[in-house]
Design a protein around this ligand. Structure first.
Ligand code: SAM
Length: 254
């Protein structure tokens, strides 16, 4: 009898043991499946955490057609797609308040496993009312390697705190496959950047301009990219004329 009771007890415990074990297994399977499918469902084309960081820490504003509450990267996605597809080795990026587009370009190079961004910004701020074009002197006090290091892209980008004229003089022999211009927004300024860097763009490379439809004044600067863009009659041009305060224009070198 005692042996019988012991075997019942033993059998009961074993049963309990297996019940608990299989219960835990199904529960964890359920949690894993739920977790994975929920994660996949929540993921967008560009992961949200990184988009949030790009918008908040790197200054992705509505001028880039971004949505700062939904962390939509706007024109940043156009740059990312162009660079991912054309796989440029050398990219030139001119002008950024806190690094939004340069960071996206560097991320595209990192994701490509090839390419490097030369980023040029004079680091102007409100003290230079004719030149800053909304610049905040960010690059005058920020360590660029540390800043871009937060996204793990510092080895894909080199920052030059100087004017484009000075940069072109110091590095006359570099050519590029992708160029983005968002620096001096006056007619004379954008024309100078075009003249400095169009000859440095390889065949089939893209030169992209921000603010091609912006009009009026910013502090003491008068927007002139729209006029420059209208005068480019020899090029076939792609334009995204929105939002109406900025816009994006693309030229491809034949
Ligand atoms: C229009 S803001 C950039 C705003 C931009 N939409 C963004 O995403 O931050 C212009 C930037 O270009 C820089 N800049 C202006 N003139 C420049 C020049 N001649 N050479 C280099 N950088 C210049 C300023 O220091 C400023 O940071």
């Amino acid at each position: 009898m005692r042996r019988l009771l012991e075997s019942v007890k033993y059998f009961g415990l074993r049963k309990l043991y297996y019940l608990v074990k299989s219960g835990i297994a199904s529960l964890s399977e359920f949690l894993v499946n739920e977790g994975i499918s929920r994660k996949e469902w929540q993921q967008s084309l560009v992961k949200r955490q990184i988009s949030k960081t790009l918008i908040t820490d790197y200054g992705g504003d509505e001028g880039h057609n971004s949505n700062t509450t939904q962390y939509f990267l706007g024109f940043g996605l156009i740059h990312y797609a162009l660079v991912r597809n054309s796989r440029p080795k050398r990219i030139l990026c001119v002008g950024s308040r806190k690094g939004f587009i340069p960071a996206i370009l560097a991320l595209a190079c990192k994701d490509n496993g090839v390419g490097h961004v030369g980023f040029v910004d004079a680091g102007y701020g409100p003290e230079e009312p004719t030149k800053h074009w909304s610049g905040v002197r960010f690059w005058k006090h920020m360590d660029p390697a540390k800043h871009f290091g937060k996204l793990g892209v510092s080895s894909y980008i080199t920052t030059h705190v100087m004017t484009t004229k000075e940069f072109a003089r110091r590095f006359p022999d570099i050519t590029y496959q992708y160029i983005y211009i968002d620096g001096d927004h006056s007619y004379e300024g954008v024309k100078l950047d075009y003249e400095l860097f169009w000859p440095k763009l390889d065949r089939h490379g893209c030169m992209v301009f921000h603010d091609v439809v912006a009009r009026g004044r910013l502090d003491q600067g008068k927007f002139g990219i729209w006029r420059f863009w209208q005068e480019l009659s020899t090029h076939s041009k792609i334009i995204f004329p929105f939002p109406k305060e900025s816009g994006l224009g693309i030229l491809q070198k034949p």
